[in-house]
Ligand binder design. Structure first.
Ligand SMILES: [Zn+2]
Length: 397
């Protein structure tokens, strides 16, 4: 990136960094399942929409909720990975038709994100989802949203972000607004024990990507550094345990909290190019978000090079991945750990679906998402991003 563009991005990021103490960040209140009716009553929800996916319904994940909810409800279960504008609009139509007054979203990131954008559209009937792309385009208090993650995970239950895909243009982009932060969250480990091994791995590595990208960026705070460190330690110590022993409830609960802490970190300190690239791949080819991040993370960290040695070394030592005193060595140990973990958890080294002809367009979208907002350790323009796509797709230039 040229000098002037870099200065512009850094000033833009610095303004947002300085504004952090004055912005209305909040965390959802973490409640227990048996408090649900009390909360619904307190929030004057007299008809509930449960947003979920068909898989969770088929696996009886909803049963414990349906058994206790004592108000009328309607279920919207047509949520697929990488939710589309059309799916949100259908959920919104049901919400309005059924005169619903709040949402209980039970599922992975796709379910939670769809529920968030659905409520934004309920409150902003004249604003299209396309016009909500980017930062602070909603600015309206939304109806009550109780988020129940069934993966650990996106941390969407605590973040101000929701990601949507335009099914026509294949453009996948985040919508960021404080009003999208859910009001309540239920972190229940038993809901995650039936996750397939591959999803346990990739969603856990998505959470690690949040922790790492928030930590190595330029807009950290004392709180977000603490959250990233805690999340990294928990993931290093519990992800493989969940993978090999899916019914270990302690490890499952630790991973839910890790994803939650990483969500708190990145909602304030942002993600970076790993996510921007992952979103473009999700939009273009439907690559699952966690899988994309898991593959991209070590490769982009390598490209950042010495710009993130010190911070990666810190994470490597605190999570006992490395004992090296030299920052460069410890940072490389961290990156090696990621490659080895990917191999162990059967995650491919490259994303071979990347077609050379699509790279320019995806690099354009990734640059548009990341610049000037994301305070990455190094800044890249479209041309530099194109090279990263070649690297992660194992494509000859
Ligand atoms: Zn993510």
């Amino acid at each position: 990136m040229n000098f002037l563009s870099r200065i512009y991005c850094r000033i833009y990021q610095q303004i947002f960094h300085l504004a952090i103490p004055f912005l209305p960040y909040r965390n959802p209140k973490i409640i227990k399942l048996n408090e649900l009716n009390t909360i619904l009553n307190k929030e004057n929800v007299n008809k509930l929409m449960i947003v979920t996916d068909k898989n969770l319904v088929a696996n009886n994940i909803l049963t414990s909720f349906l058994n206790i909810i004592n108000i009328p409800y309607v279920i919207y279960d047509d949520v697929k990975p990488n939710p589309t504008i059309e799916a949100v609009e259908r959920a919104r139509d049901l919400y309005i038709k059924e005169k619903v007054t709040g949402i209980l979203a039970i599922g992975g990131g796709s379910v939670l994100d769809l529920a968030k954008i659905c409520l934004a559209r309920v409150k902003k009937p004249k604003k299209s989802i396309k016009k909500m792309e980017g930062l602070l385009k909603i600015r309206k208090k939304l109806p009550p949203l109780i988020a129940v993650p069934t993966t650990a995970g996106t941390g969407s239950e605590t973040t101000l972000a929701a990601v949507i895909t335009d099914e026509v243009t294949k453009h996948k982009y985040p919508i960021n607004d404080f009003s999208l932060i859910p009001h309540y969250a239920i972190l229940e480990p038993t809901l995650t024990t039936n996750l397939p091994k591959s999803l346990t791995a990739t969603t856990g590595l998505d959470a690690l990507t949040h922790a790492v990208e928030a930590f190595i960026g330029h807009s950290t705070t004392r709180k977000t550094r603490k959250m990233s460190i805690e999340a990294t330690k928990l993931i290093v110590n519990n992800l493989k345990e969940c993978y090999y022993n899916p019914h270990d409830l302690v490890a499952r609960e630790n991973m839910l909290y890790a994803a939650h802490y990483a969500g708190i970190a990145f909602t304030i300190s942002y993600v970076g190019y790993i996510h921007a690239i992952a979103h473009s791949l999700g939009g273009k080819y439907g690559v699952p978000h966690g899988l994309a991040n898991a593959v991209i993370m070590p490769q982009v960290l390598e490209i950042y090079g010495k710009a993130c040695y010190k911070k990666l070394a810190y994470l490597a030592r605190i999570s006992k991945i490395s004992t090296a005193k030299d920052n460069k060595v410890a940072a490389k140990d961290f990156i090696d750990y990621l490659y080895k973990t990917n191999a162990e958890l059967k995650i491919p080294k490259y994303l071979t679906m990347i077609n050379k002809d699509d790279v320019k367009e995806m690099a354009h979208y990734a640059a548009k998402e990341a610049n000037p907002l994301y305070p990455c350790p190094r800044l890249f323009n479209e041309q530099e991003l194109i090279k990263i796509y070649y690297k992660i797709g194992d494509i000859n230039e």
